[in-house]
Design a binder for this molecule. Sequence first.
Ligand code: PL3
Ligand code: FE2
Ligand code: FE2
Length: 235
Amino acid sequence: MTVSTDCQLNPDTRPDTDSEAYRQAYSRINGVVVVGETLAHHHFRRLARAIPADGAELLRLGQMEGNHAREFSECARNLGVRPDIRLAKQLFSPLHQLFRQSDERGDIPACLVIQCLIVECFAVAAYRSYLPVADAFARPITAAVIEDESEHLDYGEVWLKQRFEAVKDSVSAICLQALPTTLAILRALVDDMRVVGMDPYDLVASFGEGFQQSLETIGYGSSEAARLLRRAMAA
Ligand code: PL3
Ligand code: FE2
Ligand code: FE2
């Protein structure tokens, strides 16, 4: 997939990155991004221990997440904004706890659904929605990160697809638990997204489409995937 970066907005509709409202919204959004990327780094390191046959590959993916966290931190520094890390840690805590519990009980499929399917679909949808309104410094960084996140999503899809019948129950169960906690993060950022020029409803719709597509890729039939998604989104 290639991502165009020349999507500069008309100067009249471009958000004013110097306004106090923008800076506060950006602080909360960037905090969520930096914490999400840092957790992704830790999750891939845990996955490398859980799946030793793919250890080197998973450590490489984890390394990419560390780079994303650094690059997005630079985007905030470039605007002179400090990311709200405390709020972001609170928002991500339920999803991170679910990952830890799944890891502790040796439920590799659940860990892969949380990190590679849910978090990565979330990241791809969010970064695609941010790209057209990103400032000139953040735009090329965001475009490159989207390519990386697609690779992380692919890793999880391939692993789960190869074992679909054996992992299906675990996948369905963790979707019902983890999707509501992910939507709660999005819900907490709805107003801030509008301030930076993103459309939160568009984002939720493209997250849902991307996630349903992933479920179908690993082996669900399309009406079965849609039903699971509807149940999880309503939970
Ligand atoms: C996976 O590699 C990392 C997961 C991070 C989750 C990101 C959630 C983003 C929410 C809204 C993002 C808008 C983009 C803004 C970029 C500074
Ligand atoms: Fe990332
Ligand atoms: Fe990622």
